[in-house]
Design a protein around this ligand. Structure first.
Ligand SMILES: [Zn+2]
Length: 430
Protein backbone atom coordinates (compact mmCIF):
# COMPACT_ATOMS: atom_id res chain seq x y z
CA UNK A 1 0.00 0.00 0.00
CA UNK A 2 1.16 3.50 -0.81
CA UNK A 3 0.27 6.22 1.73
CA UNK A 4 -1.01 9.68 0.72
CA UNK A 5 1.15 11.34 3.37
CA UNK A 6 3.82 10.12 5.74
CA UNK A 7 4.71 12.30 8.72
CA UNK A 8 8.14 11.30 10.01
CA UNK A 9 10.39 12.27 12.89
CA UNK A 10 7.64 13.43 15.25
CA UNK A 11 6.55 12.96 18.88
CA UNK A 12 2.91 11.94 19.29
CA UNK A 13 0.71 13.22 22.14
CA UNK A 14 -2.29 10.92 22.52
CA UNK A 15 -5.75 11.61 23.95
CA UNK A 16 -4.55 10.85 27.49
CA UNK A 17 -1.62 13.25 27.21
CA UNK A 18 0.96 10.43 26.99
CA UNK A 19 3.87 11.09 24.60
CA UNK A 20 5.48 8.57 22.22
CA UNK A 21 8.80 9.88 20.99
CA UNK A 22 10.38 9.48 17.53
CA UNK A 23 7.36 8.18 15.66
CA UNK A 24 5.95 8.19 12.14
CA UNK A 25 2.31 8.57 11.22
CA UNK A 26 0.69 7.57 7.94
CA UNK A 27 -2.39 9.05 6.26
CA UNK A 28 -4.41 7.21 3.65
CA UNK A 29 -7.76 8.45 2.28
CA UNK A 30 -8.05 10.91 5.16
CA UNK A 31 -7.53 8.26 7.85
CA UNK A 32 -4.62 7.51 10.16
CA UNK A 33 -2.28 4.56 10.00
CA UNK A 34 -0.07 4.10 13.06
CA UNK A 35 3.37 2.79 12.20
CA UNK A 36 5.70 1.01 14.54
CA UNK A 37 8.08 3.56 15.99
CA UNK A 38 9.88 5.39 13.20
CA UNK A 39 9.02 2.74 10.60
CA UNK A 40 8.79 4.01 7.03
CA UNK A 41 6.39 3.28 4.18
CA UNK A 42 6.06 4.37 0.60
CA UNK A 43 4.08 7.62 0.36
CA UNK A 44 3.09 10.22 -2.23
CA UNK A 45 4.30 12.94 0.11
CA UNK A 46 6.80 12.68 2.95
CA UNK A 47 6.94 15.36 5.59
CA UNK A 48 9.95 15.40 7.93
CA UNK A 49 8.59 17.14 11.03
CA UNK A 50 12.06 17.54 12.59
CA UNK A 51 11.06 16.56 16.08
CA UNK A 52 7.76 18.45 16.25
CA UNK A 53 4.92 17.29 18.52
CA UNK A 54 1.72 16.06 16.85
CA UNK A 55 -1.64 15.76 18.63
CA UNK A 56 -5.29 15.25 17.75
CA UNK A 57 -6.98 18.55 16.86
CA UNK A 58 -9.37 20.34 19.22
CA UNK A 59 -13.16 20.67 19.21
CA UNK A 60 -15.38 23.48 20.49
CA UNK A 61 -18.56 22.28 22.20
CA UNK A 62 -20.51 25.53 22.29
CA UNK A 63 -20.33 28.57 20.03
CA UNK A 64 -22.38 31.30 18.39
CA UNK A 65 -19.94 31.96 15.56
CA UNK A 66 -21.75 34.86 13.88
CA UNK A 67 -21.28 36.89 17.06
CA UNK A 68 -17.62 37.31 16.20
CA UNK A 69 -18.62 40.61 14.61
CA UNK A 70 -19.51 41.84 18.12
CA UNK A 71 -16.20 40.93 19.75
CA UNK A 72 -15.28 43.65 22.24
CA UNK A 73 -18.52 45.65 21.87
CA UNK A 74 -19.55 45.43 25.54
CA UNK A 75 -16.93 45.08 28.27
CA UNK A 76 -16.93 45.72 32.03
CA UNK A 77 -20.73 45.73 32.28
CA UNK A 78 -23.28 43.54 34.07
CA UNK A 79 -24.84 40.63 32.20
CA UNK A 80 -28.16 42.52 31.96
CA UNK A 81 -26.59 45.67 30.48
CA UNK A 82 -24.33 43.53 28.27
CA UNK A 83 -27.35 41.98 26.57
CA UNK A 84 -30.28 44.41 26.90
CA UNK A 85 -28.52 47.73 26.37
CA UNK A 86 -25.49 47.01 24.25
CA UNK A 87 -25.75 43.74 22.34
CA UNK A 88 -29.41 43.30 21.49
CA UNK A 89 -29.93 46.75 19.83
CA UNK A 90 -27.39 45.54 17.24
CA UNK A 91 -27.78 41.77 17.20
CA UNK A 92 -31.45 42.22 16.35
CA UNK A 93 -30.35 44.07 13.18
CA UNK A 94 -28.17 41.24 11.91
CA UNK A 95 -28.87 40.07 8.35
CA UNK A 96 -27.85 36.87 6.59
CA UNK A 97 -24.76 38.43 4.97
CA UNK A 98 -23.55 39.63 8.38
CA UNK A 99 -24.07 36.17 9.88
CA UNK A 100 -22.00 34.66 7.09
CA UNK A 101 -19.19 37.17 7.59
CA UNK A 102 -19.24 36.67 11.37
CA UNK A 103 -19.22 32.90 10.93
CA UNK A 104 -16.30 32.99 8.49
CA UNK A 105 -14.42 35.16 10.98
CA UNK A 106 -15.23 32.66 13.74
CA UNK A 107 -14.15 29.70 11.62
CA UNK A 108 -10.89 31.48 10.72
CA UNK A 109 -10.20 32.04 14.40
CA UNK A 110 -11.07 28.48 15.37
CA UNK A 111 -8.94 26.91 12.63
CA UNK A 112 -6.09 29.20 13.64
CA UNK A 113 -6.40 27.77 17.18
CA UNK A 114 -6.46 24.15 16.04
CA UNK A 115 -10.25 23.63 16.29
CA UNK A 116 -11.48 21.35 13.50
CA UNK A 117 -15.05 20.76 14.69
CA UNK A 118 -17.55 22.84 16.60
CA UNK A 119 -21.11 22.84 17.92
CA UNK A 120 -22.89 25.87 16.46
CA UNK A 121 -26.05 27.29 18.03
CA UNK A 122 -27.48 30.16 16.01
CA UNK A 123 -29.95 31.42 13.42
CA UNK A 124 -29.14 31.86 9.69
CA UNK A 125 -28.19 28.18 9.33
CA UNK A 126 -28.14 28.35 5.52
CA UNK A 127 -25.28 30.83 5.33
CA UNK A 128 -23.46 29.21 8.28
CA UNK A 129 -23.49 25.90 6.38
CA UNK A 130 -22.16 27.70 3.29
CA UNK A 131 -19.31 29.11 5.38
CA UNK A 132 -18.56 25.67 6.84
CA UNK A 133 -18.46 24.13 3.35
CA UNK A 134 -16.13 26.86 2.14
CA UNK A 135 -13.70 26.61 5.05
CA UNK A 136 -13.87 22.82 5.45
CA UNK A 137 -14.43 22.96 9.22
CA UNK A 138 -16.58 20.23 10.75
CA UNK A 139 -19.80 21.49 12.31
CA UNK A 140 -22.79 20.27 14.26
CA UNK A 141 -25.39 22.90 13.37
CA UNK A 142 -28.19 23.47 15.88
CA UNK A 143 -30.54 26.11 14.44
CA UNK A 144 -31.68 28.15 17.45
CA UNK A 145 -35.37 27.80 18.36
CA UNK A 146 -37.07 30.42 20.51
CA UNK A 147 -40.48 29.69 22.05
CA UNK A 148 -41.73 33.10 20.93
CA UNK A 149 -41.24 32.13 17.26
CA UNK A 150 -44.70 31.60 15.68
CA UNK A 151 -43.04 29.15 13.26
CA UNK A 152 -41.48 27.05 16.03
CA UNK A 153 -42.93 23.73 14.84
CA UNK A 154 -42.06 24.36 11.19
CA UNK A 155 -38.52 25.35 12.13
CA UNK A 156 -38.16 22.22 14.27
CA UNK A 157 -39.20 19.99 11.37
CA UNK A 158 -36.91 21.97 9.05
CA UNK A 159 -33.95 20.89 11.19
CA UNK A 160 -34.88 17.24 10.68
CA UNK A 161 -35.15 17.87 6.93
CA UNK A 162 -31.78 19.62 6.85
CA UNK A 163 -30.22 16.63 8.62
CA UNK A 164 -31.70 14.28 6.04
CA UNK A 165 -30.62 16.36 3.07
CA UNK A 166 -27.38 18.08 4.02
CA UNK A 167 -25.48 15.83 6.44
CA UNK A 168 -22.01 14.96 5.15
CA UNK A 169 -18.74 13.57 6.49
CA UNK A 170 -18.16 16.99 8.06
CA UNK A 171 -21.66 18.40 8.63
CA UNK A 172 -24.18 17.19 11.20
CA UNK A 173 -27.26 18.66 12.84
CA UNK A 174 -28.85 18.96 16.26
CA UNK A 175 -32.01 20.55 17.62
CA UNK A 176 -31.33 23.92 19.23
CA UNK A 177 -34.13 24.94 21.63
CA UNK A 178 -32.62 28.03 23.25
CA UNK A 179 -33.24 27.01 26.86
CA UNK A 180 -35.92 25.64 29.21
CA UNK A 181 -36.83 29.19 30.24
CA UNK A 182 -37.39 30.62 26.71
CA UNK A 183 -39.18 27.58 25.24
CA UNK A 184 -42.53 26.34 26.61
CA UNK A 185 -43.19 22.86 27.99
CA UNK A 186 -45.30 21.68 24.99
CA UNK A 187 -42.59 22.98 22.66
CA UNK A 188 -39.86 21.16 24.60
CA UNK A 189 -41.99 18.01 24.38
CA UNK A 190 -42.16 18.43 20.58
CA UNK A 191 -38.38 18.77 20.40
CA UNK A 192 -37.92 15.62 22.45
CA UNK A 193 -40.36 13.66 20.32
CA UNK A 194 -38.61 14.79 17.15
CA UNK A 195 -35.20 13.86 18.61
CA UNK A 196 -36.45 10.40 19.55
CA UNK A 197 -37.58 9.83 15.97
CA UNK A 198 -34.50 11.20 14.19
CA UNK A 199 -31.79 10.27 16.71
CA UNK A 200 -30.34 13.79 16.50
CA UNK A 201 -28.93 15.36 19.61
CA UNK A 202 -30.39 18.35 21.50
CA UNK A 203 -28.12 21.32 22.20
CA UNK A 204 -29.48 23.89 24.65
CA UNK A 205 -28.51 26.32 27.42
CA UNK A 206 -29.22 25.07 30.96
CA UNK A 207 -28.61 26.61 34.41
CA UNK A 208 -26.29 29.32 33.13
CA UNK A 209 -26.96 31.68 36.03
CA UNK A 210 -28.00 31.37 39.65
CA UNK A 211 -31.07 33.53 38.88
CA UNK A 212 -32.25 31.04 36.24
CA UNK A 213 -32.11 28.20 38.78
CA UNK A 214 -34.00 30.27 41.37
CA UNK A 215 -36.67 31.24 38.81
CA UNK A 216 -37.12 27.59 37.82
CA UNK A 217 -37.53 26.52 41.44
CA UNK A 218 -40.12 29.31 41.95
CA UNK A 219 -42.04 28.45 38.76
CA UNK A 220 -41.73 24.66 38.49
CA UNK A 221 -40.66 23.66 41.98
CA UNK A 222 -37.38 22.19 40.72
CA UNK A 223 -34.05 23.04 39.05
CA UNK A 224 -33.83 23.40 35.23
CA UNK A 225 -32.04 20.01 35.06
CA UNK A 226 -34.77 18.31 37.11
CA UNK A 227 -37.43 19.97 34.94
CA UNK A 228 -35.81 18.66 31.73
CA UNK A 229 -35.24 15.24 33.30
CA UNK A 230 -38.94 14.96 34.18
CA UNK A 231 -39.76 15.64 30.51
CA UNK A 232 -37.43 12.77 29.57
CA UNK A 233 -34.69 14.85 27.93
CA UNK A 234 -31.73 12.91 29.28
CA UNK A 235 -32.81 9.69 27.61
CA UNK A 236 -31.42 11.38 24.46
CA UNK A 237 -27.99 12.74 23.58
CA UNK A 238 -27.95 16.25 25.06
CA UNK A 239 -25.31 18.95 24.84
CA UNK A 240 -25.62 21.40 27.72
CA UNK A 241 -24.30 24.89 27.06
CA UNK A 242 -22.74 25.94 30.39
CA UNK A 243 -24.64 24.19 33.20
CA UNK A 244 -22.56 26.44 35.45
CA UNK A 245 -25.09 26.19 38.30
CA UNK A 246 -25.57 22.40 38.13
CA UNK A 247 -26.34 20.93 41.56
CA UNK A 248 -25.40 17.65 43.22
CA UNK A 249 -29.05 16.47 43.14
CA UNK A 250 -29.12 17.04 39.36
CA UNK A 251 -26.43 14.44 38.72
CA UNK A 252 -28.55 11.30 39.11
CA UNK A 253 -30.97 12.65 36.54
CA UNK A 254 -28.40 13.05 33.76
CA UNK A 255 -27.81 10.41 31.09
CA UNK A 256 -24.62 8.73 29.90
CA UNK A 257 -24.98 10.85 26.77
CA UNK A 258 -25.29 14.19 28.57
CA UNK A 259 -22.31 16.43 27.73
CA UNK A 260 -21.36 19.77 29.28
CA UNK A 261 -19.65 22.62 27.45
CA UNK A 262 -17.81 24.72 30.05
CA UNK A 263 -16.98 28.26 28.87
CA UNK A 264 -15.27 29.76 31.93
CA UNK A 265 -13.97 32.92 30.24
CA UNK A 266 -17.58 34.08 29.83
CA UNK A 267 -18.30 33.29 33.51
CA UNK A 268 -15.31 35.33 34.60
CA UNK A 269 -16.01 38.29 32.34
CA UNK A 270 -19.69 38.50 33.26
CA UNK A 271 -19.08 37.69 36.96
CA UNK A 272 -21.48 34.74 36.89
CA UNK A 273 -20.10 33.02 40.01
CA UNK A 274 -18.63 29.53 40.31
CA UNK A 275 -21.80 27.38 40.58
CA UNK A 276 -21.34 23.63 41.03
CA UNK A 277 -19.50 23.06 37.77
CA UNK A 278 -15.99 22.81 39.19
CA UNK A 279 -16.84 20.78 42.26
CA UNK A 280 -18.92 18.27 40.24
CA UNK A 281 -16.72 18.26 37.14
CA UNK A 282 -15.26 14.79 37.78
CA UNK A 283 -18.76 13.31 37.64
CA UNK A 284 -19.80 15.01 34.37
CA UNK A 285 -19.00 14.43 30.69
CA UNK A 286 -17.32 17.80 30.63
CA UNK A 287 -15.40 19.45 27.83
CA UNK A 288 -14.94 23.05 26.72
CA UNK A 289 -16.69 25.56 24.51
CA UNK A 290 -15.98 29.17 23.70
CA UNK A 291 -19.51 30.63 23.72
CA UNK A 292 -19.93 33.65 21.43
CA UNK A 293 -17.10 36.14 21.00
CA UNK A 294 -19.27 38.97 22.37
CA UNK A 295 -18.86 37.43 25.82
CA UNK A 296 -15.63 35.42 25.60
CA UNK A 297 -13.62 37.58 23.14
CA UNK A 298 -11.71 34.57 21.74
CA UNK A 299 -12.60 31.26 20.14
CA UNK A 300 -9.77 29.32 21.73
CA UNK A 301 -10.62 26.16 23.70
CA UNK A 302 -7.08 25.82 25.08
CA UNK A 303 -7.54 29.20 26.74
CA UNK A 304 -10.91 28.02 28.13
CA UNK A 305 -9.30 24.88 29.55
CA UNK A 306 -6.47 26.98 31.00
CA UNK A 307 -8.93 29.34 32.71
CA UNK A 308 -11.01 26.41 33.99
CA UNK A 309 -7.92 24.84 35.51
CA UNK A 310 -6.69 28.06 37.08
CA UNK A 311 -10.12 29.07 38.50
CA UNK A 312 -10.43 25.49 39.78
CA UNK A 313 -7.07 25.41 41.56
CA UNK A 314 -7.65 28.85 43.07
CA UNK A 315 -11.22 28.03 44.18
CA UNK A 316 -10.20 24.71 45.76
CA UNK A 317 -6.99 26.21 47.20
CA UNK A 318 -5.34 23.03 45.94
CA UNK A 319 -2.64 23.21 43.24
CA UNK A 320 -2.78 19.45 42.66
CA UNK A 321 -6.36 19.49 41.34
CA UNK A 322 -7.28 20.25 37.71
CA UNK A 323 -3.90 18.95 36.57
CA UNK A 324 -2.55 19.20 33.01
CA UNK A 325 -3.52 15.61 32.06
CA UNK A 326 -6.98 16.20 33.61
CA UNK A 327 -7.50 19.25 31.38
CA UNK A 328 -6.09 17.52 28.30
CA UNK A 329 -8.36 14.47 28.69
CA UNK A 330 -11.38 16.77 28.92
CA UNK A 331 -10.34 18.77 25.87
CA UNK A 332 -10.15 15.47 23.95
CA UNK A 333 -13.42 14.21 25.44
CA UNK A 334 -15.31 16.72 23.31
CA UNK A 335 -14.51 14.56 20.25
CA UNK A 336 -16.58 11.75 21.77
CA UNK A 337 -19.69 13.95 21.77
CA UNK A 338 -19.55 14.57 18.01
CA UNK A 339 -18.84 10.96 17.10
CA UNK A 340 -16.84 11.79 13.97
CA UNK A 341 -14.09 9.21 14.75
CA UNK A 342 -11.66 11.96 15.64
CA UNK A 343 -9.61 12.73 18.74
CA UNK A 344 -7.34 9.69 18.78
CA UNK A 345 -4.09 8.89 17.03
CA UNK A 346 -5.15 5.33 16.27
CA UNK A 347 -5.56 3.25 13.13
CA UNK A 348 -8.68 4.10 11.18
CA UNK A 349 -9.36 7.38 13.00
CA UNK A 350 -9.79 10.53 10.93
CA UNK A 351 -6.56 12.45 10.29
CA UNK A 352 -7.63 15.66 12.06
CA UNK A 353 -4.26 16.69 13.45
CA UNK A 354 -2.23 19.52 14.88
CA UNK A 355 1.49 19.77 14.16
CA UNK A 356 2.91 21.95 16.93
CA UNK A 357 5.82 24.36 16.72
CA UNK A 358 6.83 24.71 20.36
CA UNK A 359 10.26 26.02 19.35
CA UNK A 360 9.13 29.64 19.83
CA UNK A 361 9.83 32.22 22.56
CA UNK A 362 6.42 31.78 24.25
CA UNK A 363 6.83 28.02 24.74
CA UNK A 364 10.60 27.38 24.99
CA UNK A 365 12.03 25.37 26.70
CA UNK A 366 9.71 22.35 26.58
CA UNK A 367 10.12 20.37 29.81
CA UNK A 368 6.59 19.05 29.47
CA UNK A 369 4.67 19.45 26.17
CA UNK A 370 1.29 19.56 27.99
CA UNK A 371 2.53 22.47 30.11
CA UNK A 372 3.83 24.23 26.99
CA UNK A 373 0.50 23.76 25.19
CA UNK A 374 -1.96 24.28 28.04
CA UNK A 375 -0.20 27.09 29.90
CA UNK A 376 1.96 28.86 27.31
CA UNK A 377 0.87 28.26 23.72
CA UNK A 378 -1.38 30.24 21.41
CA UNK A 379 -2.36 30.12 17.74
CA UNK A 380 1.18 30.90 16.52
CA UNK A 381 2.36 27.53 17.88
CA UNK A 382 -0.02 25.68 15.60
CA UNK A 383 2.18 25.27 12.57
CA UNK A 384 -0.05 22.94 10.57
CA UNK A 385 -3.67 21.84 10.97
CA UNK A 386 -5.15 18.98 8.95
CA UNK A 387 -8.73 17.81 8.49
CA UNK A 388 -9.11 14.36 6.95
CA UNK A 389 -5.44 14.53 6.07
CA UNK A 390 -5.70 17.82 4.14
CA UNK A 391 -4.08 21.08 5.23
CA UNK A 392 -6.42 23.81 6.44
CA UNK A 393 -3.50 25.68 8.02
CA UNK A 394 -0.04 25.23 6.58
CA UNK A 395 3.13 26.86 7.89
CA UNK A 396 1.01 29.22 9.98
CA UNK A 397 -1.20 30.34 7.07
CA UNK A 398 -4.93 29.55 6.89
CA UNK A 399 -5.60 27.88 3.54
CA UNK A 400 -9.39 28.08 3.19
CA UNK A 401 -10.27 31.55 4.47
CA UNK A 402 -11.26 34.25 1.92
CA UNK A 403 -8.47 36.82 1.48
CA UNK A 404 -10.86 39.78 1.62
CA UNK A 405 -12.49 38.72 4.91
CA UNK A 406 -11.43 41.88 6.75
CA UNK A 407 -13.20 44.02 4.11
CA UNK A 408 -16.46 42.09 4.54
CA UNK A 409 -16.14 42.40 8.32
CA UNK A 410 -15.84 46.17 8.01
CA UNK A 411 -18.84 46.35 5.68
CA UNK A 412 -21.03 44.22 7.97
CA UNK A 413 -20.05 46.01 11.16
CA UNK A 414 -20.53 49.50 9.73
CA UNK A 415 -23.94 48.47 8.34
CA UNK A 416 -25.09 47.03 11.66
CA UNK A 417 -23.92 50.06 13.64
CA UNK A 418 -25.92 52.27 11.30
CA UNK A 419 -29.10 50.16 11.55
CA UNK A 420 -28.82 49.56 15.31
CA UNK A 421 -29.90 51.91 18.07
CA UNK A 422 -27.00 51.72 20.54
CA UNK A 423 -23.95 53.95 21.08
CA UNK A 424 -21.17 51.58 19.98
CA UNK A 425 -18.22 52.97 18.07
CA UNK A 426 -15.73 51.04 15.96
CA UNK A 427 -12.39 51.77 14.27
CA UNK A 428 -10.72 50.01 11.38
CA UNK A 429 -7.22 50.40 10.03
CA UNK A 430 -6.98 52.26 6.70
ZN1 LIG B 1 -24.50 30.15 24.44
Amino acid sequence: MKLDRLLTNCHLIDETGAVSYDQSLGIKAGKLIRLNGGESMEATERLDLQGAYVSPSFVNLHAHGAMNIFKGIAEDVSIQRWFDEILWPYESKMEAADAKTGSLLAMAEMLDHGITCYAEHYFFEDVILEAAEETGIRIEMAPTLFGSDPNFEARLKATTRLAEERSTERIRFAYGPHSPYTVSKPQLESVLEEAKKSGLSIHLHVSETKEQVEASVAQHGCTPFAYLADLGFFSQRVLVGHGLWVEEDDLDRLGVQTYFAACPKTYGKLAMGTGGLWELSDRLNLSFGTDGAASSATLDVVEQARIFGLFGKQGAADAEQFSLPWLWVRLMKGHEYFGFSTGRLADGYEADLIVWNLDLPNTLPVYDPLAAILYSSDARNIQHLLIQGEFVKQDGVLCTIPKDLSKSVRKSVEGILERGTGNAKVHFAE
